[in-house]
Design a protein around this ligand. Structure first.
Ligand SMILES: Nc1ncnc2c1ncn2[C@@H]1O[C@H](COP(=O)(O)OP(=O)(O)O)[C@@H](O)[C@H]1O
Ligand SMILES: Nc1ccn([C@H]2C[C@H](O)[C@@H](COP(=O)(O)OP(=O)(O)O)O2)c(=O)n1
Length: 235
């Protein structure tokens, strides 16, 4: 009997914490969701949380260009993330926010809101609590996961891709939106996210960088699965 228990304990994959960071359109969400589903891990889209708090600010008459006003209001909304990779959810004060957080208005304001240190402190705490509660491990994707939120992650991946490839992917998603305009908007948002003072978009020194420009999504998924399985085997 004890042999069976020991065998089960030995063969169950170790819980791993995986951080996937990178600029917009590099494939973080699609890769993270697929990898988490394949390996039975939880999944957290941290960009959705920053979008959710931005949406709440806009809905509640907060001037998002006023950092002090954003800081003062940052503790007010209740934000909850569902971490099933096959059906991730995001609610604000109990209301489903998954649709409205993807509007152009939110996309164009999210960098300003997420640059406010009080917003980052609050959302970071939420992220750490969720990661700590993920019994089978979790894939957390964002901009500062490997550097700031989970610096002790078992695996850190930093995805990149050319601006042209990223814009083509995004404009495909936005049903034929102008590629040049999408490219400019992406570059502007990346510059804002990379230059803010508090936990900017950056590659952690110990992250594995994967340039996805010439890779299919399937190839990126396989690459990250292999990296995770390597970490699980070594645990
Ligand atoms: N390697 C890839 N090749 C082609 N298209 C991709 C690749 N990775 C992701 N995509 C597509 O690009 C779009 C943006 O991907 P997404 O995962 O949302 O990026 P991010 O989360 O980094 O912003 C999606 O439509 C996705 O299907
Ligand atoms: N860990 C994170 C995740 C996102 N953000 C901010 C900066 C990003 O421009 C926005 C939106 O992130 P999201 O991942 O949804 O962006 P895209 O999917 O690339 O459009 O949130 C952040 O500051 N830190």
């Amino acid at each position: 009997m004890s042999v069976t228990v020991e065998t089960a304990a030995r063969t169950a994959p170790a819980a791993v914490i995986v951080a996937i960071d990178g600029p917009s359109g590099t494939g973080k969400s699609s890769t993270s969701k697929a990898v988490a589903a394949k390996l039975g891990l939880s999944y957290l889209d941290t960009g959705a949380q920053y979008r959710a708090i931005t949406w709440w600010m806009l809905n509640n008459g907060i001037d998002v260009a006023d950092a002090a006003a954003v800081a003062n209001a940052s503790g007010k909304p209740s934000i909850e993330s569902g971490t099933d990779p096959s059906a991730p959810t995001i609610t604000v004060d109990g209301q489903d926010a998954s649709g409205p957080i993807r509007t152009q208005e939110v996309t164009s304001r999210v960098s300003a809101v997420s640059a406010v240190p009080e917003v980052r402190a609050r959302i970071t705490e939420l992220q750490r609590t969720i990661a700590a509660g993920a019994e089978n491990g979790i894939v957390v994707e964002g901009r500062d996961i490997g550097t700031t939120v989970l610096p002790g992650a078992d695996l850190k991946v930093f995805l990149t891709a050319s601006a042209g490839a990223r814009a083509a992917r995004r404009s495909g998603e936005l049903k034929g939106a102008d590629v040049a305009a999408t490219r400019e908007a992406l570059i502007k948002r990346d510059a804002a996210d990379s230059s803010r003072k508090t936990s900017p978009l950056a590659k952690a020194d110990d992250a594995v960088e994967v340039d996805t420009t010439e890779l299919t999504l399937h190839q990126v998924i396989e690459c990250v699965v292999t990296l995770i399985e390597g970490k699980q085997a070594a645990k």
